[in-house]
Structure formats: C-alpha cells, structure tokens
Design a protein around this ligand. Structure first.
Ligand code: IVH
Length: 702
C-alpha cells in the first residue's frame, strides 16, 4: 500500500497513485470543512496529508496534477449567498511545524532580498486565530460589503450578517477612499460553550468547535440569527487600498486600531528569529488562557516594501508563514474501557480516563476507535504504536487536534502494572446481549440484535415506517421517537396493536385530536396488508436493501417459503443454502445476515410477532402468458452482444424465468456469450442445456 510508505520509498507509479488519493482526500476534507462546516479529519491530519502531497510533488514534479491540492485555497462555494469577486485574491499561508522551518523561512527571505545574515529584518508575530477570514470593503469610510474567502478568488456576500458583529464598524474616518480590511471572525471559547448548551437545550445542532460555530453562525440566511450569535472580529491584513496608510505591518495594525477595529493584543514586532521563537513559546504557554482558539503564530515581514518585493507563490505569500502548534497532548491513566453501542449497532470502545487538562479542556473520555486500534493494529493489519496494545490501567497519551473528541496516541508500557491483561473485546452486545459480529473487511463489530437492542430499536423503527418499507401515513421519525420514549412502540408488532392499546393515551398527548388519531390509525390499518418485498425490507436486516428484498420476494414468492428456506439454510451443506446463493444478487455475506437474523430466537420472536399481525402478500408470479421460460432457472454467462446484463435479466424475469448466478443441476438454461468460461463448462458437465444469445431471444419470442 503506497499510503503506508514514506515518500522517499515510493516508485513513480506509486507516487502517481498517492497523488491521486491525496487529491481526492483533501478535496473531500476541504468541502467538509469550508462548505459544510463539519470537518471530517483533524486539522493536524489535514496538514500532515497536505505536506505529504507537497513532498511527493517535490520529488516527482512531473506527476503534479492539474487539480493539485497545493494550488487550492478553501473550497468550492455553496449556493446560498450571492458571490463577489475579490479585487485582490485572498490567500492562504504556508506552514512551519518546527523551529528549523522558521529558521529556513528567515534564511530564504534574506536570500531573496539579498540581505546578509546579520542585516536587520523585522517581523510581526501574531496569534493565528482559528476562525474564518472575512474581507470588509470600505468606500469613502462606509462599509459596502463583507465577503468570505470562498475559493480565494470569489467569496460569499455576507454583508448583512457581518454588520451584526459588534467588532465590525459600519463607518470609519480618516481612511483612504477605498480600503479593504481583512481579518478573522471567531467565537470566544466561553461564548461557544454557552451557545452549544443553548443548542442542546433547544434540540438544535451542536457545533464541533468554536471555528465551526463561527462559520455556521456567519453563514446564516437570516441575519437576525447571526445577530444572536456572539461573533467577534480581529483585523490583521488588507486587500485593495487606494493609498498606503503605513510602510510597515506594525504601522498598519496601529491604523486599524485608530479606525476602530480590534487588533490582537498579543501581536509583537520582533527583530530576529530568536525573538520570534520566544514570542511563539510565550503565546503557546498562555494558549489555554487566551479565551479563544488559536492554532499557531503567524510571522510577517514587517517592512511593506520588502513584502512587495517578496510577492507571492501560487497560493501563499513569500513574506509570511504560519508556525503551527503541535496537537495538544498529555499523559494520564486509563481507568476503564467501556463499549458503547451506536444507533447502527456498531460497538465503539471508549476510554475512561483519570481527568486531565489538555489544551485548557478537562478530558475524561477518549475514543479508542475499534478492537484493532486497542490491539495495536490498523484496519489493514499494519502495526500502529509499534504494535503496543492498550490495557486497562495503562498510562496513555491523549491528544486533541482541533476537534472535540480526544484521541489516544500512545501508551507507556514501561509503566504497565504486572498482571495487566490484554483487553478482550466483547463478543456480545453490552446492551442486549445479542451476538456482536465483525464481518470481513469491516473495522467494527456490530450488534446483531436489531429491534431487540434498545440502542438500535428507535432507528430500526424509523426505518420500518420509512418510505420504501411500510410507509405509514402519520407515523414518521418524530412520532416514533415520541412513542418509543413513552414505551408505547418498542417493536414493529406494537404498531399494529397501537390502536387497541394506546388510543386513550394518545388522546391525552398534545397535538392529537380525534381527527389526527383517526388518520394515524387508518394509516396503520392500511398497511396491515403488505407486499412481501416491503415486509422484508422493513425488517432492516443488514445488507438487505430494497432491491435485494424485491429479489428475494420474487424468487421465493411467499413468506412461508422464505421462513422454511432460511430455517433450513442454517446448515451450509443444505440444498436451501445452495438455493439461496444461487440467486443472482445474493452473496454469502447477505445470506449469512439473513440466516443469522432468522435463527436468532430473540429476533425471530420480534419478526414472528410482527408477521402475526399482518397479511403478507405473496409476490404473485407475473402473468407470463404462454411464455416458454416461465418458472425456468436460467444463468447468463460470457459477453452478451444484443443487450446489457440488466436488460437480459429484466427480460427473463418479465417472462417468469428465475435468473441465477451459478449453475447447478436445477438450472434449465445457460445462455452463453463469447468468452463464457467455467459456468458453461459446468453446464456441460451437468448436462444443462446451453444456448446462444440469439437462441435465447428466439425462445422468449423477441
Ligand atoms: S494573514 C496573505 N494573519 O489563517 C495572508 N491570517 O492559513 C493573509 N489567520 O486565511 C493571512 N490569523 O483565515 C493572517 N494573524 C493572522 C491570521 C490569519 C488567522 C487565518 C486566515 C488565513 C489562514 C491561513
């Protein structure tokens, strides 16, 4: 796997593959972060991958892609706001990750400017605010528009919203006729915590971090919502300007203050790299007390004539760099590992920790991802942490990297207590005690309890009443939640006893008058008779989608027959098991899921209880008229020349034939096109009739 190799080990072909993978990964990450305000990977991980991409491009310049992430800033724009083109592009910053990178930055600037090593060269060092950048255009002292960065060229017009932010003046005096002030919209940590508490109380979206909260709050269609959110703004840069207001960065920031903007008070003018790094450490030490999130310190060449000479690379200025903080880390003791069951049945291990402060936040839980992660492997079996496993009682290293869920990065085995045992991942669901299964290729074990499992039941019920399943009028997600909470509907069968058992209760519930109760009960009654395919799909069995439910229903026709087959198919040597697998579109994984569900006594009780309430309609065989192939089992193999596979299948089924994926003694016809291999051979051995595509079309009268 090239993604596990260091850049220097990559062959040219692997490098190309890696660049392709990274372009896709970073594109998705960009959209999630900028457009959806819902990051999928941590900032540190994003930076790591972007750096890897750049390293590969440096080693293999010829392989650099047209859509290289290196040349992109931000993300494509959403549809909601009008667009405004920036008169001066809004750029991003290059990154430094350690002191050496900063020294190199200074050296390259000196070289570019032709300055000796000891010639004076001042920088500003300002906290890198973790918010979103905004450009404010003032014409003759009046704010005319506020635009987000967008893709760097074109941003979103959020003027109305920006005008609700107290730190943003609507008029300024003493400024040049055109002045575009740029800076960062952010939310203070305390305000963020309060906002999330309110969001939770009102059942609204909870934000992952202050940055997302700021972005989500600014990009509201209704400016009064933005006004209700505690947003703030720091000014630190500029775009178009009709005449200079100073000849240094420091001087411009002073002017900004005079105009009435907030400028970050931890901005220093430094005379050399040593002072820069000292300021970096001072800010880093105070990070948790600043009251807002920062993710590094930005250094800018102070003299503006130098800035101009240095100019820009494709997306970043040469005169500035962001010195990023490493992910925040701390060591603590792992007190227990709990298993949580998600709404899809996934079993997730959670670390319970001796509380510890990481970056100003008290952490007492962290994710352990899955069984492999605890054991010291990734999902592909490669070692992580050099294969060190994590045991209860161990000292573990916690880190937070821009996101809310802390993670465990390392374990100190030298501090492990004698007798500490490797963690045994449970084989049963801690909520309902059903078997937890981990399928090949799946990184998590899942509870197989379905409706039986309280952790999953609500989601299952929502699926059950959903559009493609029972589609019950008046019974949607909200009602399911309400009725589940009250204990009125715990499993699907309860829905069909609802009218008999809870009509009284329901009439006492807010919003339920006679008419709506009547409508709901009618809706339920209308579904007491249900076609077999919808019934099967409603069960929400893993891997059994809408299409495969229809497939099974058509193949077996009746509920009784399905029960019979799935019961007997427990034995993998049975004819029923073979029959199940012979259905084109049913593989071993789906077969296993079906068989396990039907033969688990708890789940079977839930299914039978439901079925007892219903009339399950057989899927009537289509009227095939005088079709010669009705009821025949056929297999297509090789290349078909006059129709696609899907057309062939549909054509056969419309005439009452059953299309199977494998050849057995029961097969009636094998339709073999050019290139037919083992299936045709097997047909020959078994004496099954083999026909060409043309003969088949003849046979079905086409
Ligand atoms: S200067 C041409 N200064 O960081 C460079 N950016 O990673 C203009 N940021 O898009 C940016 N604090 O959103 C600058 N003191 C600061 C900053 C800062 C935060 C953000 C800004 C920018 C991003 C680049």
């Amino acid at each position: 796997m090239p993604e596990n190799k260091s850049v220097s080990e990559l062959t040219k072909q692997e490098a190309a593959q890696e660049l392709e993978r990274l372009a896709a990964l970073l594109k998705t990450a960009n959209t999630a972060y900028h457009q959806d305000d819902a990051p999928e990977i941590s900032d540190a991980e994003y930076d790591r991958q972007k750096r890897r991409n750049l390293e590969i491009e440096t080693l293999f310049p010829a392989l650099k892609r047209k859509d290289s992430p290196t040349d992109q800033v931000g993300a494509p724009l959403g549809e909601t706001f009008s667009k405004i083109r920036h008169s001066v592009r809004m750029l991003s910053l290059g990154n430094a990750f350690d002191d050496q990178d900063v020294v190199d930055f200074d050296t390259s600037i000196r070289k570019f400017l032709g300055l000796e090593g000891d010639a004076p060269l001042a920088y500003t060092a300002e906290p890198k605010i973790d918010g979103l950048s905004l450009a404010l255009r003032f014409e003759n002292g009046r704010l005319v528009h506020a635009v987000t960065r967008g893709d760097g060229q074109v941003g979103e017009n959020v003027t109305k919203n920006a005008m609700t932010i107290p730190d943003i003046p609507h008029t300024i005096s003493g400024a040049p006729s055109v002045l575009e002030v740029r800076g960062e919209v952010y939310m203070a940590t305390e305000d963020f915590t309060k906002l999330n508490a309110q969001q939770t109380a009102s059942g609204s979206k909870v934000f992952a971090n202050p940055r997302n909260a700021a972005a989500g709050s600014l990009r509201q269609l209704d400016a009064s919502v933005t006004a209700s959110r505690p947003l703030r703004f720091f000014a630190y840069a500029w775009g178009e300007i009709s005449e200079p207001i100073s000849d240094t960065q420091t001087g411009v920031l002073e002017k900004f203050k005079e105009f009435g903007f907030s400028v970050n008070s931890r901005t220093n003018t430094c005379q050399n790299v040593d002072q820069i790094l000292a300021h970096y450490r001072a800010i880093s030490d105070d990070r948790s007390e600043l009251g807002y999130d920062i993710d590094g310190v930005v250094y800018k060449v102070d003299r503006l004539d130098y800035q101009e000479k240095l100019g820009f690379r494709s997306t970043t200025p040469r005169w500035a760099i962001a010195h990023k903080f490493p992910a925040e880390k701390a060591w603590t003791r792992l007190e227990a590992i709990d298993i949580q069951v998600g709404r899809t049945g996934a079993l997730s291990p959670v670390a319970r920790l001796a509380p510890i402060t990481v970056g100003g936040v008290v952490v007492s839980n962290a994710t352990l991802h899955n069984e492999d992660y605890i054991a010291g492997r990734d999902s592909k079996g490669n070692l992580i942490r050099d294969g060190r496993d994590i045991r209860v009682g161990d000292w573990v290293e916690i880190y937070r990297a821009g996101d809310v869920i802390p993670k465990i990065s390392d374990v100190d085995v030298s501090k492990r207590e004698d007798g500490a045992q490797p963690f045994k991942f449970p084989s049963r669901c801690p909520v309902c005690n059903s078997i937890a299964l981990r399928e090949d290729g799946d990184s998590v074990a899942r509870c197989t309890g379905g409706f039986v499992c309280d952790a999953q039941a609500v989601e299952r019920l929502k699926h059950f009443v959903g559009r493609s399943a029972f589609d019950i009028d008046g019974l949607g997600d909200k009602q399911i939640e309400q009725f589940f909470e009250r204990g009125w509907i715990k499993k699907p069968g309860d829905i069909f006893r609802f009218a008999a058992q809870h009509a009284q209760d329901l009439s006492k519930l807010d919003g339920y008058g006679d008419k709506s109760i009547d409508n709901l009960f009618t809706g339920i009654e209308e579904r007491r008779t249900i076609p077999l395919n919808r019934f099967l799909f409603g069960l929400g069995i893993r891997h059994l989608g809408e299409t495969s439910s229809a497939l099974l229903a058509r193949f077996f026709s009746s509920w009784d027959r399905i029960k019979e087959v799935l019961g007997a198919a427990q034995d993998e040597n049975s004819a029923e098991y073979a029959e199940l697998l012979s259905i084109d579109g049913v593989g071993e994984v789906m077969a296993r899921a079906l068989i396990d569900t039907f033969n688990d006594s708890q789940q079977r009780a839930v299914i039978d209880d439901l079925a007892d309430q219903l009339t399950i309609e057989d899927i009537a065989q289509v009227d095939h008229g005088d079709s010669d192939v009705a009821g025949k089992i056929v297999v297509f193999t090789g290349t078909l020349e006059q129709m696609t596979r899907a057309e062939a299948k549909a054509g056969a089924e419309a005439r009452g034939a059953k299309v199977s994926g494998s050849v057995s003694k029961k097969t009636d016809y094998v339709i073999a096109g050019p290139g037919a291999g083992s299936k045709a051979k097997k047909a020959e051995e078994l004496g099954v009739t083999i026909v060409s595509e043309a003969e088949w079309l003849d046979l079905i009268g086409r």
